[in-house]
Design a protein around this ligand. Structure first.
Ligand SMILES: [Zn+2]
Length: 208
């Protein structure tokens, strides 16, 4: 699948989901058997762990379609980078998606921590520290709305993946892969394209 095909397939699935007309493709026994020997997912989905953000459901896909990596607040570490690189360079996925969403608890907790100077305990603190650069950038830009903080964090995460991963940056430069940022709205289920690197799609194109 090409980059535009992969993005179109994903957004078409999201439209079916939001319209309440899902087709549940690739979820039957025949598909399970067909892909048991090998997988070739058409997208790497790197999203927030939020329980309301279940990848195959909100994009109306099935088995073998998405290589899914999720962390709270889609924060990036070595395991995340290795998993994404595996999806692109070994499995051959042409599309990497950073999936953020409104009312994200990780972003809200980081905003509170920055504002009040509070800290979290244990490894939650690590999550907050990794979201902090995005929150500081959004504040410096004068943003106050949740949506602006979310979009800033999604853009920062896309940039960070390309900055950290040479494998990913090389694939984007070669035109074999693209990294896009989607912002998901919990209430209506829409996924809006807010940034694209290497994709043949203009950033800001609404998914609906
Ligand atoms: Zn979240």
């Amino acid at each position: 699948m090409t980059v535009p095909d992969a993005l179109d397939t994903l957004l078409a699935g999201n439209r079916r989901f939001t319209a309440g007309t899902p087709e549940h493709p690739n979820q039957d026994a025949a598909r399970r058997a067909a892909i048991a020997p090998a997988q070739s997912p058409f997208a790497v989905m790197f999203g927030c762990s939020d329980s309301r953000l279940a990848a195959e459901i909100i994009f109306d896909r099935g088995l073998g379609d998405l290589f899914v990596v999720r962390t709270a607040g889609h924060v990036v570490g070595p395991e995340v980078l290795g998993s994404i690189e595996y999806g692109v360079s070994v499995l051959g996925s042409p599309l990497v998606v950073v999936l953020g969403h409104d009312s994200c608890g990780a972003v809200a907790a980081t905003r509170a921590a920055v504002q009040d100077g509070t800290t979290a305990t244990g490894y939650v603190r690590d999550v907050i520290e990794r979201v902090t650069p995005s929150v500081l950038a959004a504040r410096a830009a004068g943003h106050t709305e949740d949506a602006d903080f979310i979009d800033t964090h999604i853009r920062h995460t896309v940039d960070l993946l390309l900055e950290r991963s040479r494998v990913l940056a090389a694939a984007v430069d070669a035109g074999t892969a693209a990294v896009v940022g989607l912002s998901y709205r919990l209430a209506d289920g829409t996924a809006r394209l807010i940034t694209a690197r290497g994709a043949d799609v203009p950033a800001g194109t609404p998914a609906q």
